[in-house]
Design a protein around this ligand. Sequence first.
Ligand code: Z57
Length: 830
Amino acid sequence: SLGSDSAKAERMFRLMDGFLKNDSISLQQDILRHVEYTVARSRFNFDDFEAYQALAHSVRDRLIERSHDTQLYFKRKDPKRVYFLSFEYLMGRSLSNSVINLGIRDQYADALSQLGFEFEVLAEQEGDAALGNGGLARLSACQMDSMATLDYPAWGYGLRYEYGLFRQVILDGFQHEQPDFWLNFGNPWETERVHVTYPVKFYGIVEEENLNGEKCNVWIPGEVVEAVAYDNPIPGYGTRNTITLRLWAGKPSDQHDMEAYNTGDYINAVVCRQKAENISSVLYPDDRSFQGKELRLKQQYFFVSASIQDIIRRFKEAHSNFDEFPEKVALQLNDTHPSLAIAEVMRVLVDKEHLAWNKAWDIACKIFSFTIHAVIAEGLEKIPVDLLGSLLPRHLQIIYEINFKFVEELKKRIGLDYNRLSRMSIIEEGAVKSIRMANLAIVCSHTVNGVSKVHSELLKAKLFKDFYELWPQKFQCKTNGVTQRRWIVVSNPSLCALISKWLGTEAWIRDVDLLTGLRAYAADPDLQQEWMMVKKVNKMRLAEYIEAMSGVKVSLDAMFDVQTKRIHEYKRQLLNILGIIHRYDCIKNMEKSQRSKVVPRVCIIGGKAAPGYEIAKKIIKLCHAVAEKINNDTDVGDLLKLVFIPDYNVSVAELVIPGADLSQHISTAGHEASGTGSMKFLMNGCLLLATEDGSTVEIVEEIGADNLFLFGAKIHEVPKLREEESPKMPLQCARVIRMVRDGYFGFKDYFESLCDTVDGGKDFYLLGSDFESYLEAQAAADKAFADPNKWTQMSILSTAGSGRFSSDRTIRDYAEKTWGIEPCRFPSDG
Ligand code: Z57
């Protein structure tokens, strides 16, 4: 009989007949089954995209098995879990990454070829999941991969934007933004959890009520939106553990709408319902200007409230009170964007769970840790008090209460130093009274992490000096890292094979420190020969892409010099372009006989400008205008080419980075908190041309100053240089700017304000000051490239020294020192 649960379970187990099999025949059958029954195409007639969909679904099945095992195991063990709260994730594509982490890439490739398909071709069918802007968002994705691989009991939480980061389309050299409706063709990786939904409240009023003689605040909302969970599996490499990235989407709430229907305005009520979905509809494409927009604040609270409800529900399933909460839960705030979570935890513990304020605060202070990615005070997020008060009236009260108690405590510690008190206050007085989200996060977090050594020092010495003096032990450093699974194994299979061959093991894919083993062979002519071949193959792939995108044919003998990242003045793409104009000018003015000595270059620039960032958009246009001139100058030919790669995203990066000889990380010193692009280039044996900023300082420690090209003012020199009466403007720099001003590249008037940023009297980012030193570093790079063996040795040493910049190291450090969590590995052999 099917009476008892165990009998039921046993019968189901027999019916399921164990787990899915990964031999070639089973995979082929699975793919065809999905063609026929999931994609609903005939198995005799389907195209590459449909084949990709079926393939993805068969991979998804295997991911689901593993996440079930993982979650059941976590549930049984009930370890302390970390909840990673990030507003942005740049996941890119999932197919290759998944099958590689599952350890069944070759089996799939084989199965597909039996069916007449090529794995790579189908993988190209997948779109790019771009639910984020830049470094911060890709960091979250890399860290998820490391948390899964290192078997940590972790969850990622975020928002399921329907429109990811805009697509960049270049028309006539100008950037245009197009919506990225990435879910158009369905998303095989996610699972909608129709039963995992939570109401999220907005607006309304707070009333005091009497509960058994105790005062109690009750928030009566003006609007309720339902949050529904979409789960995305994150498989670890070399483990069965598969963790979950849970993204929230807005959905109309039934409970709140009844009234509208009763009043009879049916059509309007239905139209209004649709508005709920707007909350999670679009990602803000500007990664560091905070405009105090209501929708943005709504997104933040929506995400935070749903996540906290989910976390507390999971905790309560296994525990009857909150005493053990800090021993079971760590909440990681990825920048200030999710820091309303602090007020929300307080609200839930005090108003709903009826804990005393002090007890609740004690718990909150034990669970939160905070990582900050900003460098300058202007980059810190503030929320106007009026806006917060109308959208989240109870949270405003709670933040005031937190601040009141904090300031009282502070007075006892530091006395009545009003300047300092007002600097440290969570509330900023002034024309627009606002909440300083970073201060809120610092006050409540037990740890505040910077993202590189120099950044962490800057936080202590400048940005949060007052807080550092109060709580020195809170301030820590967790230098960023990137995952070698995505950035070598997935994106550079030839290099991956070469490394494994010379190290005699694939163990470095989980234990990246083993890469140092390559140092022993850096001078070995055989390795050098094979290393050059790998680079050549990757350059060939990139050259084909460039030709397809821009029609420009590039020579494989040229040095591929790449700068790809978001366009920002501080990242100084303009310095790069001015340097290219200078190079062009030099070639033009050179004796013909001298030209044979020039090291040919292909300069590659790519990146998106925030839609409202005018100067950044002008930089993109200048790049195109200069490219137009240079690339059509037959006199210069292969000696110099300039190409702009449009719509730079994770999948484009996977193609570009392995093909780069040289890459530029040339921010004005003191402006790049860390920089993670450099780490990906480094792993791929690309030499760096860089300023001593952010993580570059630590890269130098690992590979030595001889193995990269450093230039420019150092961090401590920058303030002095800025104070100088008239900024330094070397002749060569003045000359190239003159060329732009004189209309040598057209669009004379349009470029005027761009030129002003350099020679208009301020030169805030010190292009003039660093120009000569930049040219010297470029000359040194040319010289090194002319000696292929030397260059290749430097390239090998770059990869060999990149181990410290794996997100595995970062995450282990977080787990041990900040979160206090331990691996919880599903017992199986992977
Ligand atoms: C963002 O991508 C970063 C910092 C921010 O304050 C915001 Br908002 C977005 C970047 C830094 O600029 C990089 O230097 C750093 O490597 C990255 O965050 C990851 O920490």
